[in-house]
Design a protein around this ligand. Structure first.
Ligand SMILES: [Zn+2]
Length: 266
């Protein structure tokens, strides 16, 4: 999204700042952010340039982001465009809940000029947004920046199945050996903060039941095994790190589940 379009929709005079001055302050803050967010090399971004004496950070972000972007004005259209751009409109962090808000990667209370910069706005659910509050980027406690850091291409989260009644699922994280440790630490900070493994485990039983109901209709064990492979393929196309895929994959690898274990989930 073009920053000029955002600025045209949301920028107003505030305090002693004219629209042009505010627009230029936002642009220079954005440049500073982009300079610090080269791929795989996130470093701490210094807080924003000093605000004019008659302005507080709260005044800046509540006016341009709160009043002009989040509320019902021309800026809301931009807000919705950013919020709705994830697959199936799910939260970018957990991939489970609906993205109903925007997470400020760098907090608006510290970096008010970044409050309307698209590169700083990530579609999120309100739970993830609140769990990640107060976390910066580029330090030991930092969070993963979904726009500038790449998730591992190798599997990094796995569903483990308990093959007994009641069928339970546990989700564990495993760093692929080639994945850089600093990135992994930030990814861990982020998934720990939002409780991803607990969230996946809470949603997995729905997938187990769905698979069990499908298998119940198939008389032959070979057909049940084929069906599980098809389910895996469908979910893999949607999100191969999502709980639906991971759970289905674990079930498809379990001879116990396909043979008769599935009846425990009916
Ligand atoms: Zn979420």
């Amino acid at each position: 999204m073009k920053i000029d379009a955002v600025l045209a929709a949301v920028v107003v005079n505030i305090g002693s700042l004219t629209k042009a001055e505010l627009g230029s302050a936002i642009k220079s803050s954005r440049t500073e952010l982009l300079n610090h967010c080269t791929d795989r090399d996130l470093v701490p971004v210094p807080p924003t340039t000093v605000l004019p004496a008659d302005l507080t950070a709260e005044m800046v972000h509540s006016t341009i982001y709160g009043t002009k972007m989040r509320e019902r004005t021309a800026g809301r259209e931009i807000y919705n465009l950013i919020k709705n751009r994830t697959p199936a409109r799910r939260c970018s962090y957990c991939g489970v809940s609906t993205a109903n808000t925007l997470d400020h990667v760098l907090e608006k209370s510290v970096w008010p000029y970044l409050s309307v910069v698209p590169e700083n706005l990530v579609p999120a659910c309100s739970d993830c947004n609140s769990h990640l509050r107060g976390r910066s980027i580029g330090n030991g406690e930092g969070k993963f920046h979904l726009y500038y850091e790449n998730l591992p291409t190798q599997p990094w989260i796995e569903c483990q199945l308990t093959e007994s009644a009641p069928i339970a699922t546990t989700f564990v994280y495993k760093r692929p050996p080639s994945y850089p440790l600093a990135l992994w630490n930030r990814l861990q900070n982020t998934v720990d903060a939002i409780g991803l493994s607990r969230l996946y485990a809470a949603n997995a039983p729905r997938i187990v039941r769905k698979a069990a109901r499908n298998l119940e209709r198939l008389g032959r064990i070979e057909d049940r095994a084929d069906h599980m492979k098809e389910m895996v393929g469908d979910y893999e196309d949607f999100d191969r790190f999502g709980y639906e895929y991971l759970t289905t994959y674990a079930l498809s690898r379990s001879d116990w589940f396909i043979d008769a274990g599935y009846t425990l989930a009916l």
